[in-house]
Design a protein around this ligand. Structure first.
Ligand SMILES: [Zn+2]
Length: 171
């Protein structure tokens, strides 16, 4: 089992035991149970003229592949706050979060399990500029989407294109 070896509460060595129907790291010394949960993250689905903003990743996981702009939610932030911050950091655009588009579980990846909340967002302006974690940025239509880094992002995009086709059947 992955995770810390020592108790975060008292520093004693943790051991693995069956607790509440799962294998968990527990501390026999102080009774602390080390719960492990998916990490909450956000991505933005930001559309302009039928094309969606994607970021080419400059870092692992998925270095060189593309993804929706996003990242982990910080403590003290709402989901919408995180969308605004991540889009600004990664793309230079100010945005307005519109609605939750979909949610998806990304299990057993580079950072362990991640809960991904996808928000639709609207650009309020700014200058498109790749942040430190990105090589390139661009808007893509369905027929020229580059290789994506994450299954959940592909799912969000597929749902988006399907809905667009439903509204505009002749495109
Ligand atoms: Zn302890």
């Amino acid at each position: 089992m992955d995770g810390p070896r020592y108790c975060a509460a008292c520093g004693a060595l943790l051991e693995v035991a069956q607790v509440e129907n799962r294998q968990r790291s527990i501390c026999r010394h102080c009774g602390h149970i080390h719960y492990v949960n998916p990490i909450p993250s956000v991505v933005a689905l930001l559309e302009q003229n039928g094309a969606v903003l994607l970021v080419q990743r400059a870092v692992e996981p998925g270095k060189g592949n593309w993804c929706l702009p996003g990242g982990f939610i910080e403590t003290g932030e709402t989901i919408a706050d995180a969308v605004i911050r991540e889009v600004m950091e990664e793309t230079g655009l100010e945005c307005r979060p519109l609605e939750v588009w979909d949610v998806c579980s990304d299990l057993g990846g580079f950072y362990g399990d991640i809960l991904v909340v996808c928000y639709r967002a609207q650009s309020l302006g700014g200058t498109l500029k790749a942040g430190d974690d990105a090589m390139h940025l661009d808007f893509f239509h369905r027929d020229n989407v580059p290789r994506l880094a994450f299954r959940c992002h592909a799912r969000f995009l597929e749902k988006f294109w399907r809905q667009k086709l439903a509204f505009h059947p002749h495109h």
